[in-house]
Design a protein around this ligand. Structure first.
Ligand code: SAM
Ligand code: DTB
Ligand code: SF4
Length: 350
């Protein structure tokens, strides 16, 4: 068999595997925590537009489909991170042009959050390029950032690396709504992406966050060379948690020059749609956030992501260190698609 025919037969096999919408007929939109990997795999591999339709139906059972939450991200401590996450421009191990900076001061952060609120964001997410939180004055400073942002009556999210239970409780007391801590991919593939910590470390922080009464924001990245089966593993871990993460970010890899993943090809929109729609179906109440990677997506592609159940975005022209669509471009997109920014009253979190 020539290389060409081998490719053809592989595509046919994929079409056959995806030619069955049986699994979607069993989708009811009820909240379940007992999904099997097989069930999730069948949903994930369903014919794409049927999958999007099923996810859109579940979305309408639990959410206002016109309402999309805008969140603003701010890197409060950029670069110089000791970890070796292969996708991350902030690791000190890679030459990406991202300089290590000092922790921002709480007043600067407060002003940024105020601006974010004025432009329609209801959640302010502060990120630090840390492996873990240490009990020092930098953590005290983060706690005072949280208090200040909370005084604006916004949802406050932080992503600071690993935390123990005591630290999580302090964050909760300061006013943190959500803690972002991504599992990034399935357990088996994790060690191919990161060697400086393991999956269990990640799960342990998520447990501490839950125990402290903070809501969980946990998702992953598509496009790091992982297989469909690794994506299904990630979905399975999330969807079988005792409580589903209240928010599930789905990032398309931003392949940053200097990182080990710099040459990864751009993610196909069909891959993002399968991930978003499967997350929507298996975790019906969660907010599914279309996160990194929107710079490479057309408005029509993003519209399909909203149709598949995404109901949150990061707003503003910067994520942590990489570019994101301009605020006005998103405003036009919302107007064209008939979407509206979710209000604080609708989010019901603060
Ligand atoms: N240091 C903390 C941690 O690792 O949890 C918080 C910051 S870290 C940058 C937050 C998340 O951003 C990562 O877990 C990863 O999912 C996402 N991320 C980082 N670089 C990315 C990239 N190049 N493309 C897509 N997502 C990325
Ligand atoms: C998440 O899942 N994606 C955001 C947020 N949570 C912290 C971060 C995306 C970072 C993209 C690369 C960068 O801008 O440095
Ligand atoms: Fe550090 Fe987080 Fe980047 Fe990993 S993802 S290198 S822990 S900032």
């Amino acid at each position: 068999m020539t290389g060409c025919c081998a490719h053809e037969s592989k595509s046919l096999a994929t079409v056959e595997a995806g030619g069955n919408d049986q699994a979607l007929r069993a989708v009811t939109g009820e909240i379940r925590h007992d999904w099997s990997k097989k069930e999730i795999a069948e949903i994930y591999h369903s014919p794409l537009l049927e999958l999007v339709f099923a996810a859109a139906t579940v979305h309408r059972q639990h959410h206002d489909p016109r309402s999309v939450q805008q969140c603003t991200l701010l890197s409060v401590k950029t670069g110089g991170c000791s970890e070796d996450c292969s996708y991350c421009p902030q690791s000190a191990r890679y030459d990406t042009g991202v300089q290590a900076e000092k922790l921002l001061d709480p007043e600067t952060v407060y002003m940024a959050a105020k601006l974010a609120k004025e432009s329609g964001s209801t959640r302010f997410c502060m990120g630090a390029a840390w492996r873990e939180v240490k009990d020092n004055e930098q953590f005290d400073s983060v706690l005072s950032m949280v208090e200040k942002v909370k005084s604006l009556d916004m949802e406050v999210c932080v992503t600071l690396g690993m935390v123990n239970l005591e630290q999580a409780k302090k964050l909760k007391d300061a006013g943190v709504t959500a803690y972002n801590h991504n599992l990034d991919t399935g357990e088996e593939y994790y060690s191919k992406i990161i060697s400086t910590r393991d999956y269990h470390d990640r799960l342990n922080t998520l447990k501490n966050v839950r125990e402290a009464g903070i809501t969980v924001c946990c998702g992953g990245i598509v496009g790091m060379g992982e297989s469909d089966s690794d994506r299904i593993d990630l979905l399975h871990t999330l969807a079988t948690m005792e409580e589903h993460p209240e928010s599930v970010p789905v990032n398309a890899l931003v392949a940053v020059e200097g990182t080990p993943l710099e040459d990864r090809p751009q993610v196909q929109i069909s891959e993002m749609l399968r991930m978003i729609a499967s997350a929507r179906i298996t975790m019906p109440r969660s907010v599914v956030r279309l996160s990194a990677g929107r710079m490479q997506m057309s408005m029509a592609e993003q519209a399909l992501c909203f149709m598949a159940g995404a109901n949150s975005i990061f707003a503003g022209d910067k994520l942590l260190t990489t570019a994101n669509p301009e605020f006005n471009a998103d405003k036009e997109m919302f107007a064209s698609l008939g979407l509206k920014a979710k209000t604080l009253e609708q989010s019901g979190c603060c």
